[in-house]
Design a binder for this molecule. Structure first.
Ligand SMILES: [Mn+2]
Length: 254
């Protein structure tokens, strides 16, 4: 008998898992609070979750095959190399769940997965072609991603004059879903890279997430978590989003 504790009680091989967790503690382009400890504290919050979800009558931790790859070894300040490592690491992974890290990590994941559409739940559109001379930052990733496929931003609430925002949702999926935790109001998720007032409540966010999950997903990420301690509200919200999304996607099949 082994008396040990891991993220999930039973860990499957990544190639046979329904969903595979990967932390990407990259924050070299952060302009606000450090977000590199997001994966650490979200993982801890996942361990503290109650598995059963009364809404969907489903326990994803019992019913799904889950795996945790740990954290990507990022190369600080070197996006090209880090992006390559993301692509290599995701090879053969059917359904990745990424914990960030700043929002640039989503670009690396999108380049590896090549989705037909992206749904970005975020206070900001991140649609600058470059930021202070740098093309690859958390403020520019969506501009690059929009060259690969359409990026829908239904919950965007603050943008620069020259940024374009595409509201609404795609007609059909599957899509890649990226959630910047600053989409929530700072009262609910205070520890984020760049907080903005007037965000969604937890219930409003879940309403959109339910609709997106009905389209079908090929993977998702939870980014910009600036947690710096156990018990962070933002990490708790992220962990619960992880569970809720698994429930919405799989409860009917389970
Ligand atoms: Mn944002």
């Amino acid at each position: 008998m082994l008396y040990t504790r891991r993220t999930f009680d039973f860990e499957y091989k990544p190639e046979e898992a329904d969903a595979v967790l990967l932390g990407i503690p990259w924050d070299s382009t952060s302009t606000g609070r450090p977000v590199r400890y997001g994966p650490l504290f979200i993982r801890q919050a996942i361990r503290e979750l109650v598995g059963w979800d009364p809404e969907t009558r489903f326990n994803p931790f019992e019913k799904l095959k889950l795996a945790d790859l740990g954290d990507l070894e990022v190369v600080e300040g070197d996006w090209r190399e880090t992006e390559k490592r993301i692509a290599d690491t995701l090879k053969g992974v059917r359904f990745p769940v990424i914990l960030g890290g700043d929002h640039l990590v989503s670009l690396g994941v999108v380049k590896a997965l090549k989705p037909k559409a992206i749904v970005q739940l975020d206070a900001h559109p991140d649609m600058h072609p470059e930021w202070m001379g740098n093309p690859f930052t958390h403020l520019t990733w969506a501009w690059h991603a929009s060259k690969i496929c359409p990026v829908y931003q239904p919950a965007c609430r603050i943008w620069a004059e020259d940024e374009e925002v595409r509201k609404g949702l795609p007609k059909k999926g599957p899509v890649y879903l990226t959630i910047d935790l600053d989409v929530l109001d700072p009262r609910e998720a205070p520890e984020v890279g760049n907080p903005e007032p007037g965000g969604l409540t937890w219930e409003e966010l879940l309403e959109i997430v339910r609709r997106v999950c009905k389209l079908g997903l090929i993977g998702f990420d939870l980014v910009e978590c600036a947690a710096d301690r156990v018990g962070s509200q933002t990490a708790c919200r992220a962990a619960n989003l992880f569970k809720k999304i698994l429930c919405y996607l799989w409860h009917e099949k389970g």
